[in-house]
Design a protein around this ligand. Structure first.
Ligand SMILES: [Zn+2]
Length: 258
């Protein structure tokens, strides 16, 4: 048994018995870890207030490799992300980020770059006052790249022709975007040059810049669909993100009220 001291983001939590809690953590040094926090739901617990999903915490736990559930002994809040929690749209986007990461990453492999990307995404979402969905797009663009599938948003996969003015068609069976000619009339999701320009720019812009864009509703719909198709193409085991449905629903009702 080893004593592990690291940092983590709380992905999920479940009640256990009368007072305890099971947590799914994404740790900086050991990937995804499931741990029990004994007595965490007791009002006087030392864990109080720091084990909610989206919290970034410093943790100490006992690790037994043969065991599925580790024992959490200490947790201290590093960043609570209160502004995410106080805002329905930001909460849904933050939870969609956690859900995507949890569904896409397998096992307990450490992946510090993914951890750093997750932390900067949540930190920026917490401070964002503009187009928060841009931060989720930034996360998806860089996350899929870290997983080894850097999207090519600028050129046809078959002939190499630039797509940034003309737009392209997304063909999951061909692994990405092709030009109109190479698509050969076969069905595919059409993506405009403007939407591709945003996606391409997001591969090199800073995370702060990612929330400064102002896409119109058509571009927004195209970009949402492009990410959905791209993730499904490369990670075919991925299931739809429930938190993202909540976010889209919230956006729809907000537009209907305006
Ligand atoms: Zn082509």
């Amino acid at each position: 048994m080893a004593i592990i001291k690291t940092e983590a983001v709380v992905l999920k939590g479940w009640k256990l018995g009368e007072t305890s809690k099971i947590l799914l953590l994404y740790t900086k040094d050991h990937g995804r870890v499931k741990a029990v926090a004994k007595g965490a739901r007791n009002p006087k617990s030392q864990f109080k207030g720091c084990l909610e999903p989206l919290s970034r915490i410093a943790v100490i736990y006992y690790d037994k490799p043969a065991r599925d559930l580790q024992l959490l002994t200490k947790a201290d809040l590093v960043t609570p992300h209160y502004h995410i929690i106080g805002d329905i749209a930001k909460t849904a986007l933050g939870l969609a980020t956690l859900e995507l990461l949890n569904k896409a990453v397998a096992g307990e492999e450490p992946f510090p770059q993914v951890y750093d990307l997750l932390c900067s995404t949540l930190e920026r979402l917490d401070r964002s006052e503009k187009f928060s969905e841009g931060i989720f797009w930034y996360f998806q663009n860089h996350f899929i790249e870290l997983l080894g599938y850097r999207p090519n948003w600028s050129a046809c996969l078959k002939c190499g022709a630039s797509l940034r003015d003309s737009g392209g068609m997304f063909h999951p069976s061909r692994g990405g975007l092709v030009c109109g000619q190479c698509a050969g009339g076969a069905g595919g999701a059409v993506i405009s040059g403007e939407a591709l320009e945003i996606l391409f720019w997001m591969q090199t812009c800073s995370i702060s810049e990612a929330c400064s864009i102002e896409p119109d509703p058509v571009q927004t719909a195209e970009i949402r669909r492009a990410f959905d198709l791209y993730f499904k193409t490369h990670l075919d085991y991925l299931r739809p993100l429930n938190s993202l449905k909540v976010f889209y629903e919230h956006e729809r009702s907000k537009t209907a009220r305006e």
